[in-house]
Design a binder for this molecule. Structure first.
Ligand SMILES: *Cc1c(COP(=O)(O)O)cnc(C)c1O
Length: 374
């Protein structure tokens, strides 16, 4: 059987060109690899329009490594971080801060409600000790999109730093660093740029990075040291993920030919439309209202039929060539379907078909069984 299509938020389905780019070996000290790294970093900076203000610091590892590195590098040991949270990835930031021994103030929101910029403003006013705000742009736990631009202006108006986990939005949802002030924007190779997993990167305000001496608790996660070394030598400090960088080069070339953020975002929105329309017609309801739904990943209420078990549903859909994702809500039974990766509306229509047939086979086809289970 051909590889299944991954309807997940990463790793995701990649183009054959991306995978073919990994057929060559690279010497990490070789000038050709240094040029490859620097061209990838340049393009990443350009995607967020950060040339002249921000530098791109790549880091080995999955996206969370880059999140931990950014927090550890930029937040002073006696800093205090406000974390507005409406889902699993913001909760992960809180956990990271605890490991790092940085104080955190958590601003809880319901999982179905976007972060409220006014509540952020109130929290900042109330506590002058807060030095930074850490925000998840698209909360992949549910698929909700948070109002980054408004929050960035609130944080800037209060003179605090903003660190943004844009892991699942970068490349698909426009972010303009020229008018959206932030200290750092974090993303990774294996999300909307459609590379393979293995490398994170952080776009960091250059002045803030240079000033961030002696913060990092960790040698390997010290982004200031990583950047200074790379500036000096053209090389990564430790063994780089060479094949991942080569795949990312190819993936970014494809991204540019597709029309950059606008083109990619448009394809993902088409995927979203086909998915939601198809599953709604079966009686399956999205967890979020349309206005808050990102074109990245959709959380659906599980069918309320007693015949439904995620594991059986997953296996049946998988046998038809599609990989679903479990839900991440604590109270409600849900499942998630990703819209991102090298797939278009045709693949999504086939996925809808596979889900329809699977529910039939499992004896849960009747829409009457699919009322919202709340
Ligand atoms: C994918 C993702 C991460 C990183 O997760 P890893 O498992 O470390 O790759 C962080 N934040 C968000 C919002 C994500 O979607």
């Amino acid at each position: 059987m051909a590889s299944p299509i991954l309807l997940t938020p990463g790793p995701l389905t990649t183009d054959l060109l991306t995978r073919e780019a990994m057929l060559k070996d690279w010497g990490s000290w070789d000038f050709a690899f240094s040029e490859l790294t620097s061209s990838v970093c340049q393009d990443i900076t350009r995607i967020a329009l950060g040339e002249g203000s921000h530098v791109c610091v790549p880091l080995q590892g999955s996206g969370s490594f880059a999140v931990e590195a950014a927090l550890g590098t930029l937040v002073p040991r006696h800093g205090k971080v406000l974390v507005p949270q409406n889902g699993a990835y913001a909760q992960r930031i809180v956990k990271i801060l605890k490991y790092l021994g940085r104080s955190a103030v958590v601003l809880d929101h319901k999982e179905e409600e976007p972060i409220d910029p006014e509540r952020v403003a109130t929290a900042l006013q109330a506590d002058p000790a807060i030095t930074h705000v850490a925000l998840v742009h698209c909360e992949t736990g549910t698929g909700i999109l948070n109002p980054l631009a408004q929050i960035a202006s609130v944080v800037a108006a209060h003179g605090r730093g903003l660190i943004v986990d844009a892991m699942s939005s970068f490349g698909a949802i426009p972010i303009d660093l020229r008018d959206t002030p932030m200290d750092a924007l974090i993303a990774a190779s294996g999300k909307c740029l459609e590379g393979v997993p293995g490398m994170g990167f952080v776009l960091i305000d250059q002045a803030k990075l240079l000033a961030a001496t002696d913060n990092s608790h960790s040698l390997v996660l010290d982004l200031r040291d990583q950047w200074l070394y790379m500036q000096r030598t053209g090389q990564w400090r430790f063994t780089p993920p060479t094949h991942v960088v080569a795949a990312l080069r190819s993936a970014i070339d494809q991204f540019i030919s597709e029309g950059g953020v606008a083109g990619r975002g448009a394809r993902y929105r088409q995927n979203l439309t086909v998915l939601v329309k198809g599953l709604r017609s079966l009686g399956l309801q999205p967890f979020l209202t349309e206005a808050h739904q990102s074109p990245i990943i959709v959380t659906f209420h599980a069918p309320s039929s007693p015949a439904y078990q995620f594991a059986d549903f997953y296996r049946t859909v998988r046998a038809k060539g599609f990989i679903l994702y479990p839900g991440k809500l604590t109270v409600l039974e849900t499942f998630r379907v990703g819209c991102i990766g090298a797939i278009g509306p045709q693949e999504m229509a086939r996925a809808v078909q596979a889900i329809t047939q699977s529910l039939q086979e499992l004896g849960i086809e009747h829409s009457a069984f699919m009322k919202k289970n709340d």
